[in-house]
Design a binder for this molecule. Structure first.
Ligand SMILES: [Zn+2]
Length: 235
């Protein structure tokens, strides 16, 4: 199984790897990878696989039966090939900033109202979030986004680490997705925004809230009790 390097170091932009398998000429698995596969509301990475002077664009990354598969745009990679991976860092870094920003907003809303997340989708240019709020309250959403922006102007470290499942599940609010349970694994990965939030999460995050900059409300929508929706974007 390929080692998911992004779980321990989300700032790795390049890395060597060896091709393990190739299916249908274009689905490639590696011994280790910096490419994040689509999942948990975070889109997949894109970038390049380089073999000597040849470039293979990575157009999609998914996780299938626990294995990370990289779809490349042309054939000829072979098992055993020594390659070099390069991320589209601009895209990934925006997704990291958005992802951490989303955790902060969810933590603030959850703390203030008990609301849970019922849907979320990060995109390169915006974030969409649904909460199960009893009342649709645009000022409340705006207020929490303003509070989040205040935090983004301060030095708040973000850390990630593994905890035994039993210990992790004792953290209040460690799961903020409605109807979601963390995988049945002996350990869970926790993303901690120091003093703000602890969340079971497999995504990639920035190391300090200052890196987010500011976020801006795009719009809110009322899709019913379980889907009070907010769109925001990085500035
Ligand atoms: Zn997350």
């Amino acid at each position: 199984m390929s080692k998911a390097l992004f779980l321990s170091d989300s700032y790795l932009k390049e890395s060597p790897a060896t091709v393990v398998s190739v299916k249908d000429q274009k689905y490639v698995t590696l011994d280790q990878t910096i490419f994040y596969p689509k999942g948990g509301g975070q889109p997949h990475d894109t970038g390049k696989i380089i073999r000597d002077n040849e470039v293979f664009n990575v157009v999609y990354v998914g996780k299938f039966s626990g294995e990370i598969s990289h779809e490349v745009d042309r054939p000829s990679l072979q098992p055993g090939d020594k390659i070099h991976c390069v991320l589209n860092w601009e895209r990934r870094y925006k997704l990291m900033r958005s992802h951490t920003a989303a955790h902060v907003l969810a933590a603030l809303l959850n703390k203030g109202t008990g609301a849970l997340i019922t849907g979320n989708q990060l995109e390169e240019d915006h974030v969409r979030f649904d909460f199960n709020l009893e009342k649709f309250d645009r000022p409340l959403l705006e207020e929490n986004l303003a509070k989040a922006n205040e935090l983004f102007g301060t030095d708040v470290p973000v850390k990630w680490y593994e905890l035994p499942r039993e210990e992790a599940m004792k953290i209040p609010g460690v799961v903020k997705m409605a109807d979601a349970f963390p995988p049945e694994l002996p350990t869970l990965r926790i993303v901690e925004i120091v003093g703000v939030d602890k969340q079971a999460d497999g995504g990639t995050h920035v190391r300090n809230l200052r890196e987010i900059g500011k976020v801006e409300l795009i719009k809110t929508e009322n899709k019913g009790k379980n889907n009070r929706r907010i769109y925001f974007k990085l500035n």
